[in-house]
Ligand binder design. Sequence first.
Ligand code: PEP
Ligand code: MN
Length: 270
Amino acid sequence: MKNIKLAARNGSARTIVRVGKVKVGEGFTMIGGPCGVESEEQTIQTAIMVKENGADMLRGGAFKPRTSPYAFQGLGLKGLKILEKARDITGLPIVTEVIDTRDVSWVCEYADVLQIGARNMQNFSLLKEVGKSNKPVLLKRGMYSTIEEWLNCAEYILNDGNPDVIMCERGIRSFETYTRNTLDLSSVPSIRELTHLPIITDPSHGTGKVSLIGPMSLASAACGADGLILEAHWKPEEALSDKDQALTPAQFGVIARQARAVHKFVSELK
Ligand code: PEP
Ligand code: MN
């Protein structure tokens, strides 16, 4: 692919992104937690419960990029401090979204992985800024983006000196309305053949429906994903954002166990 240089596979070994003791790209990584950090109790209880149910890392947005300016925008710094406390209690590294170039340096003081959301995939100044940081980046696919455009965004981050990029397929817009997005699982083996970077999927945003997250998680494991990022909430019915796709920690646990079994089975196929 033209202009994909640093990210190109070119026969190189696959990159393993290390986050503390977690190795993304080796085995099957489970990231779980709420869409947004809403309160200390909600985040810490959810963190403890997803950890008990097999999570390797905790997700949670302190800055929420919402379609409406009137929707819950996240707790900002207060949310990051809550995430820090959840990490102290559980030991789980924190994956959290950064939406503004001005925030990158101080968000790095709290985050273990910087998430670039779908809506910001082509925010080139933000990509350059996280490229200069020393934290791994979880790069979501833009909802209107081709694989080539997505890889060019990874290239921006690598080109600014940050080698630790995790690709994340989260679904693209199609004519379908039953599902929130169309989870493009053909991107998983495509990314694996085009680049050395690890690839995970996000069936929570990819489907928007609790009932569909399990099957699409297993399909992700079967087609070569290195892990999953899933939204879970200790009380899903009370979630302030993305309630319809919030798993209970127990549901998260079933998916984690089954997806790891599928990953193992597929890895051992001859
Ligand atoms: C999220 O992870 O909560 C999120 C906003 O995801 P996306 O950027 O994929 O919509
Ligand atoms: Mn969400």
